[in-house]
Design a protein around this ligand. Structure first.
Ligand SMILES: Nc1ncnc2c1ncn2[C@@H]1O[C@H](COP(=O)(O)OP(=O)(O)OP(=O)(O)O)[C@@H](O)[C@H]1O
Ligand SMILES: [Mg+2]
Length: 241
């Protein structure tokens, strides 16, 4: 069964040696700093689980490692956003739901993808997708014992982040800069309506501006409808007037 699926998978995708754009790892944050020890702790072969609190920097760390130390073709699946069937369809594979995980494992194995499984919710979800060999990075807020577990703690402020954030901040249009300053006084996660209230602007404009801040790595999306600041970024924003 497994072999037949593997043949089916590689047969369909033969000749397409690119990963579909939606599933390529995005660039790490432009102002990425620190994490030298954590980068060294990620294994070049096998499974590394990056575990830590919401917004601590797990995804940024994984993306940095992939960009600088990863090799070969890289496949990135945000498990909180995309189902495996969606990933397979992007490769031109239409598969019965019951066979999706097996075909996914075959695809990753045959193509020797370095795999990032972002936002895993449970060990079972991950193990169903693990290829028998190769490099896999998993991020999760839960401590999932499915490989080498690497704890990601709060980013220490070693003085390097401030100047980088200053540069990103300096390039913001005033409207976004204002939103960045104002929303930073919000203690936790906040949604568009709250940000619109704080800024005194229409929700649709505020939503665009918040999306831009996320794009510039100054703000983090939190769940489906909310945003939050990384602690150090919030501290930076609060110094601005
Ligand atoms: N080493 C770093 N240097 C600079 N900025 C960072 C670093 N790590 C994370 N950030 C910034 O902090 C924010 C949160 O990081 P990230 O999205 O990686 O957190 P996370 O742990 O994956 O959160 P979640 O649990 O919500 O997925 C982002 O805006 C990111 O750009
Ligand atoms: Mg993340």
């Amino acid at each position: 069964m497994g072999d037949a699926l593997a043949v089916a998978a590689t047969g369909v995708i033969r000749g397409r040696d690119d990963v579909p754009p939606l599933f390529r790892p995005p660039a790490p944050p432009r102002h990425f700093v620190g994490r030298d020890a954590e980068l060294d702790g990620i294994r070049a072969a096998g499974v590394t689980v990056l575990t830590g609190a919401a917004g601590v920097g797990k995804t940024a760390l994984a993306l940095k490692w992939l960009r600088e130390r990863g090799s070969g073709a890289q496949l990135c699946v945000d498990l909180a956003v995309h189902r495996i069937g969606r990933v397979l369809r992007a490769f031109g594979l239409n598969v019965e739901p019951a066979d999706e995980c097996a075909v996914f494992r075959s695809l990753v194995t045959r193509r020797q993808f370095t795999l990032l499984l972002d936002n895993a919710a449970s060990a079972a979800q991950v193990t169903a997708l693990l290829p028998p060999s190769g490099t896999v990075l998993v991020t999760s807020r839960q401590r999932l014992e499915v490989g080498h577990v690497a704890e990601v703690g709060p980013l220490a402020d070693d003085g390097r982040l401030g100047p980088l954030l200053d540069r990103s901040y300096g390039e913001l249009p005033e409207r976004q800069a204002r939103l960045y300053r104002l929303c930073a006084w919000q203690p936790g996660a906040f949604g568009v309506p709250v940000a619109a209230e704080i800024a005194g602007e229409p929700a649709c404009d505020v939503e665009d501006a918040l999306d831009d801040l996320v794009e510039k790595s100054l703000l983090t999306e939190y769940g489906d409808y909310a945003f939050r600041f990384h602690d150090l970024v919030r501290a930076h924003a609060r110094t601005k007037r």
